[in-house]
Design a protein around this ligand. Structure first.
Ligand code: ATP
Ligand code: MG
Length: 390
């Protein structure tokens, strides 16, 4: 393989300390590594699993010195960490995926330009250079459309639906307010998809990759609610999705763990929504339902170790606990009710502040078949709504 193996005992660095960083740290520690976590939020979940914890601002030079000295290799747990920091870190410590890939993925417009220039299918889109340009941009691609901030969006934040051209005037003031903060936007056709799918792919520095089964995702208000694996799709669509994901990550020459989010149309056509250069919320089921989880693959790819065989051990679902859902699962009754669901495994991220639309935890549910998984998911929804204090 290209590059040396980073052996257990070494320190792995991760920028960002959210739940993805925490699950990465947990996998790394199980495999005998130490973990250095850098997140300016001292209460971020991954700090609790860190051997070395840094909560200085990402601009702090002394922290960059210490972090890069400690870490044999580094990664990031989400795409909104500063590219400039990644470039400076990469000058001293191998970073996987590279800062060049982060630079393409971090900005939705740059990412879409890249994908379409490479001939990959994406929804029709147009840049919005200023708030007053929104009208023209929507005019170019047609309504209904979605306007999104180019950077820093996640969980559907920084997005506005434009059902008809006349909606534009209601959105412009919000854009104008942000414009002073130097934000830019993109508008995309609102896609009347049949299903949302995602596919996890890990790729090593040798160019070998492994792909997980295609997952089916259900979003509510722009935020992922439920993932079901395997997706209820014909095998031909699943294999095209897997091939598409492989082509995209090969073209990027990506090393690490990735996820491709897709829109599947009624005629079977696939459009790429976005690429995540890291483990993905829709891949949390891999912790319980696969021999090698997405977080272990991230460690393996980072350390130049052979990627793990992907073996799905069970049909699975994952339900996110969003905002006040967490309150429902931490009352005695709620906690017992969740744990009484056969095959259910509870994950709480330990975030101190409960905010609406904030991912606070998730529940993985395993069963022998898709129908039983669905029934158990509905049982969980019932628990969440009956315990809800919203
Ligand atoms: P996340 O971080 O959860 O992946 P995000 O904030 O990066 O989300 P997107 O993935 O672009 O944002 O959008 C969130 C959800 O909004 C999508 O999963 C989908 O349900 C819906 N959505 C986004 N873009 C479109 C589109 N062009 N057409 C139809 N629905 C869309
Ligand atoms: Mg998304």
């Amino acid at each position: 393989m290209t590059g040396d193996i980073v052996k257990p005992g070494a320190v792995l660095g991760v920028l960002g300390g959210g739940q993805l960083g925490a699950m990465f740290a947990s996998a790394a520690r199980r495999m005998g590594y130490h973990v250095a976590v850098w997140d300016p939020d001292a209460s971020a979940p991954a700090h609790r699993l860190a051997t070395h914890s840094f909560s200085q601002p990402f601009t702090d030079q002394a922290t960059l010195d210490s972090f890069s000295r400690l870490a044999s290799v580094a990664t990031y747990e989400w795409e909104n960490v500063p590219v400039t920091l990644c470039e400076r870190l990469e000058a001293r410590t191998p970073l996987r995926p590279s800062s060049a890939i982060l630079k393409i993925i971090q900005d939705r417009l740059v990412q879409k330009n890249y994908l379409s220039a490479q001939g990959f299918p994406v929804p029709a889109y147009a840049p919005v250079l200023s708030p007053s340009g929104l009208q023209d941009a929507v005019g170019q691609i047609g309504a209904p459309a979605i306007c999104k901030t180019c950077t820093a969006g996640y969980d559907g934040k920084g997005q506005w639906k434009i059902l008809q051209l006349t909606d534009v005037s209601a959105i412009e003031p919000a854009l104008r307010k942000m414009d002073r903060e130097g934000v830019s936007w993109i508008v995309e056709n609102m896609i009347p998809f049949e299903r949302e799918l995602s596919i996890l792919i890990a790729r090593d520095s040798h160019g070998q990759s492994v792909r997980y089964p295609v997952a089916q995702n259900e979003h509510v208000d722009g935020i992922l609610r439920t993932t079901i694996v395997p997706a209820d799709i014909p095998p031909a669509i699943a294999s095209r999705a897997a091939d598409l994901a492989t082509e995209v990550i090969d073209r990027l020459n990506g090393v690490g763990m990735f996820c491709i989010e897709l829109f599947q149309m009624a005629n079977g056509e696939l459009l790429i929504n976005e690429i995540a250069p890291r483990p993905h919320n829709s891949g949390h089921y891999t912790l319980e339902a696969c021999t090698v989880s997405q977080f272990e693959q991230q460690v393996r790819a980072l350390c130049n170790l052979p990627l793990g065989e992907v073996r799905l051990l069970s049909v699975a679902a994952m339900v996110n606990l969003i905002g006040q859902d967490v309150t429902s699962t931490t009352t005695s009754n709620g906690c017992v009710a969740v744990m009484t669901i056969p095959g259910a495994v509870l994950h709480l991220y330990g975030k101190q502040e409960v905010r609406p639309q904030r991912k606070m935890g998730h529940v993985t549910i395993l069963a022998d078949d898709a129908e039983t998984v669905r029934k158990r998911v509905h049982r969980l929804y019932d628990v969440l709504s009956s315990q809800s204090v919203r």
